[in-house]
Design a protein around this ligand. Structure first.
Ligand code: FE2
Ligand code: FE2
Length: 311
């Protein structure tokens, strides 16, 4: 089990904008993070966009230029913005319009999402399954938040779409050995199996990685805690609610991705009976009303990313 520790100048090697907490590290994690930095550097365009939107005085024209210099990023940004899964009204034909409609954080989110997705080698079935899981959790979390009038959708989307990127990174590091560990059982127990084998779990690895990519708080904290609602609660209501929204989206994604043949009413009861739904005060009637829209979002998201695979 990893521990969250107060920052000290000595052990805080994370981003300076980090909150009052840092994540424990260990020698093995440091070695693996260094190996990953060489294996899969985070795409430069996304890094530039994150840095740019983090500063007060960036210019929209500069932002547009950075995106338009990257043809794949431009095409995919427009495809996602115009997709049914993203839920925007009207068509968006240019990056200028996308920036106007989504704002700087919205554009940063998309860049991060696309960059994160591009790190997956989708020829590998496990990686593709993980990619779909992250993408669907991102879309569902965004959909639920919009429907329920939740503020700060921007951070939520980034957290959700990257929440299990640690599993992808472990797959890159350990290949089939890690694949077999994943195959052994459900995700909740996976964290413990990972800690037993590697001395850290996918949530902690991903939190360190996104910090290295300079994605600001609360994203690293929320990703670190995405399997630990209880600990998230101790960090205040913002982190607690973000983690609860990701847990909820994760449970919903699981219903639609892996339990399509189960009875809908049973699935709804399982989700509303869970801790995340309780934290978010989501009842059976409300979820029933949204159920088929969430299913549609799941299908649209899978279809969208599968299209990118074939391009
Ligand atoms: Fe996870
Ligand atoms: Fe997940």
């Amino acid at each position: 089990m990893f521990e969250l520790q107060p920052v000290s100048p000595k052990n805080n090697e994370l981003d300076n904008s980090y909150s009052s907490l840092a994540f424990q590290t260990n020698a093995r994690l440091d070695v693996d993070l260094a190996r990953l930095g060489e294996l899969r550097p985070f795409p430069e365009t996304a890094q530039r966009l994150i840095a740019m939107t983090g500063s007060e005085d960036y210019k929209v024209a500069d932002l547009r230029q950075v995106i338009e210099n990257d043809a794949i990023l431009t095409a995919r940004t427009l495809e996602i913005v115009n997709s049914a899964a993203y839920g925007m009204r009207g068509r968006c034909s240019s990056i200028t319009l996308a920036i106007r409609l989504l704002g700087s954080n919205g554009v940063r989110d998309l860049a991060v999402a696309i960059a994160g997705m591009e790190m997956y080698d989708t020829a590998d079935l496990r990686a593709r399954t993980l990619r779909d899981h992250n993408a669907v959790v991102g879309s569902i979390a965004r959909f639920m938040a919009r429907k329920r009038g939740v503020p700060n959708i921007s951070d939520l989307y980034t957290c959700a779409v990257l929440h299990d990127i640690g599993q992808l990174l472990l797959l890159q590091l350990y290949g089939e050995e890690y694949g077999q560990l994943v195959d052994l059982g459900v995700e909740e127990n996976l964290c413990q199996r990972e800690r037993d084998r590697y001395e850290y779990d996918h949530a902690l690895l991903a939190a360190h990685m996104v910090s290295k990519w300079r994605i600001p708080d609360p994203v690293p904290t929320v990703i670190a805690l995405h399997h630990d609602l209880r600990r998230a609660r101790s960090l205040g209501s913002e982190i607690h609610h973000l983690v609860a929204q990701i847990r909820l989206a994760d449970e919903l994604a699981e219903s639609f991705l892996y339990h399509q043949d189960d009875d809908d009413e049973d699935l709804i009861r399982v989700v509303v009976g869970g801790d995340a739904a309780k934290v978010l005060a989501l009842g059976e009637e409300e979820l029933t009303g949204l159920w088929y829209d969430i299913q549609a979002v799941t299908i649209q998201t899978k279809y969208l990313w599968a299209q990118f695979d074939s391009q």
